[in-house]
Design a protein around this ligand. Structure first.
Ligand code: NAP
Length: 256
């Protein structure tokens, strides 16, 4: 029996089979979960195509986390597939690569900062609240970050947005804990996805990880990250909330 046997899970943020969310959906299914996936806009057709490789093919919902109408109708859309939700995966981020990433930190217009924070951090709360009517008493919400306790080359306002996500997750844990709902993050090392490729200069992360990660790191392999997400969705972390689990080959523990 898998560690997610019979659990109903929403994975929000799958575009390609390289998406971390895709690997989460695949492993969650292998562990017995019933999975629904969401994405938004024009990329929905790409998502629909890659989901065909999963067995069973998960239903695909449209959810733009900046669209209040999408958030408001989410319980109804989920209700077509599930009578409750045991887990939610937030695998969503966006910052304008022209202005908010790649070394333009000092001159980024606030409108682009605002978008980055809304999509990448505030949405953890808006997604959780949209799902709340469906959440089971012991539900688990898991998001993905790139350790934002420190600064990185080129990551700029996405780093600030991730710091906000990390703090917002601790507050979610505080406010949803009394309902039995856990909220945690996985702090992944660099994974070669579309989101990462959109960051100018992000290849430098791979070099940093090759040089410093004690366990080594394969940026083409999202499996270690996805497995940690699935573990946090399961009943095997029943007393863990507000936590950030590093899945980075141990890099965070090194000084140089
Ligand atoms: P990805 O495949 O590009 O996934 C990001 C997803 O966010 C995409 O499906 C994207 O949709 C979606 N998204 C963007 N704006 C949205 C909106 N307004 N509403 C709903 N969905 C939206 O890249 P990924 O690397 O797997 O990213 C997943 C998560 O892991 C992100 O939080 C990312 O920051 C985090 N993470 C990634 C790495 C890494 O090195 N790749 C490391 C640590 C953490 P579209 O494609 O349609 O824009």
């Amino acid at each position: 029996m898998g560690i997610l046997e019979g659990k109903n899970i929403l994975v929000a943020g799958v575009t390609m089979n390289t998406s971390i969310g895709y690997r989460v959906a695949e492993i969650a299914q292998a562990e017995g979960a019933n999975v629904v996936v969401s994405n938004f806009g024009r990329a929905m057709s790409l998502t629909a195509r890659v989901l065909k490789k999963l067995d069973p093919v998960p239903p695909l919902l449209e959810l733009d986390v900046t669209d209040e109408t999408h958030l408001a109708r989410l319980p109804e859309m989920l209700g077509e597939h599930f009578d409750h939700l045991d887990g939610v995966v937030h695998s969503i981020a966006f910052a304008n690569p022209e202005t908010a990433l790649g070394g333009k930190f000092l001159t980024t217009p606030f409108a682009d900062v605002s978008t980055a924070v809304q999509v990448s951090a505030y949405s953890m709360v808006s997604l959780a609240m949209a799902c709340k009517p469906m959440l089971a008493a012991n539900a688990s919400i898991v998001g993905l970050t790139f350790d934002a306790r420190i600064s990185w080359p080129t990551y700029d306002w996405m780093g600030v947005s991730k710091a906000a996500l990390e703090s917002a997750t601790r507050y979610l844990a505080r406010y949803l804990g009394p309902d039995g709902v856990r909220c945690n993050l996985v702090a992944a090392g660099p994974v070669d996805t579309i989101a990462k490729k959109a960051i100018p200069g992000a290849d430098s992360f791979n070099t940093i990880w090759q040089d410093r990660a004690p366990l080594g790191w394969d940026s083409q392999d999202s499996t270690p990250t996805a497995k940690a997400v699935v573990a946090l969705l399961s009943d095997w972390f029943p007393a863990t909330t507000g936590e950030m689990v590093h899945v980075d080959g141990g890099l965070h523990s090194t000084g140089a």
